[in-house]
Design a protein around this ligand. Structure first.
Ligand code: ADP
Ligand code: MG
Length: 283
């Protein structure tokens, strides 16, 4: 049975937005010495916006965006939200298939449209544009139509102002911080610099994130915090899995030991402090 003091501390945590699913999870907060954070939606605002569009063969920007948005209607990914917002009139594609951490495809007016990471899709004639947009700190996705690269879309997602404060508080209390992301290394490093995170691991697939967690956890008890469908394997691999934004993907919440109802990263140092006080009262 879970001690009554733990039950009441868990109840108090839920009132400030930290839902701890078990007494064991409550206790495990005390062992954690390292935290891995997903970038998109966890450190950043989760409000990415399209900032650049490049096309080939005189295809208009609006045309490219409407092909892409038709497919992205089938996704809950933050990049999909940005692309859909840039082309609100696009009708939903057929036969949509999304591959977590890679991209998405579907049939738009009989043509096969694929959108995804330049690490997975060939940029063709647009390769040099990918590099320069990434160097400016944008996340770039490639748009292919019937097997030909027809455009690139640059998307920016700003760091939340409270993220850097949360990272500094964690490090001050002896908890190491690593950023894990499927995004490209250039964009990731730029964001890490802003957030005060030196250890940045980029271009990871969902299974790579889980493997990175397992490796860290071998030497140091490690928590993982993330929000996406693609974060579920990493959350499950961590000593303590934390899902950010309880309105996010069900898979992430199910794989987690803890769920934050809000998206303020300062909840993380607050949760460590709260559970620490809870254990002191018991001892
Ligand atoms: P993060 O780790 O930053 O949350 P993800 O692992 O979700 O990123 O995705 C990694 C990369 O895969 C993205 O940067 C993007 O290039 C591509 N990607 C994933 N899902 C989509 C999608 N729905 N539309 C376009 N690109 C996507
Ligand atoms: Mg994510």
């Amino acid at each position: 049975a879970v001690p009554v003091t733990v039950v009441s501390a868990i109840g108090a945590a839920s009132r400030f937005g930290v839902v701890i699913k078990s007494g064991a999870a409550f206790e495990r907060f005390g062992e954690i010495r390292h935290v891995a954070l997903d970038k998109t939606g966890t450190l950043t605002r989760n409000r990415p916006a399209v900032t650049h569009v490049e096309t080939v063969d005189g295809i208009s920007e609006d045309q490219l965006l409407s092909w892409a948005a038709a497919v992205e209607r089938g996704s809950v990914h933050p990049l999909a939200a940005a692309i859909c917002a840039a082309a609100p009139g696009a009708a939903r594609a057929e036969d949509i298939v999304e591959t977590a951490g890679q991209g998405i495809g579907g049939l738009v007016g009989g043509a096969r449209v694929a959108i995804g990471s330049p690490r997975r899709l060939d940029a063709g004639r647009l390769a040099d544009r990918v590099e320069s947009l990434e160097a400016e700190g944008a996340t770039v996705v490639i748009v292919r139509r019937n097997g030909v690269s027809v455009g690139v879309i640059g998307i920016r997602d700003e760091l939340r102002p409270e993220s850097a404060e949360a990272v500094a508080t964690l490090e001050r209390t002896g908890i190491g911080v690593t950023m894990l992301t499927g995004d490209n290394a250039r964009t990731a490093r730029a964001l890490g610099l802003e957030a005060g995170i030196e250890d940045v691991r980029a271009e990871l697939r969902p299974q790579d994130k889980a493997e990175a967690i397992r490796q860290m956890s071998r030497s140091t008890p490690t928590a993982m915090i993330g929000d996406g469908i693609n974060d579920a394997p990493a959350l499950a691999a961590a000593d303590l899995g934390i899902a950010m934004g309880a309105t996010g993907s069900d898979a992430a919440i199910e794989s987690a030991d803890v769920a934050f109802t809000g998206r303020d990263l300062r909840l993380l140092p607050q949760a460590f402090a709260h559970t620490r006080r809870g254990r002191q009262i018991m001892n």
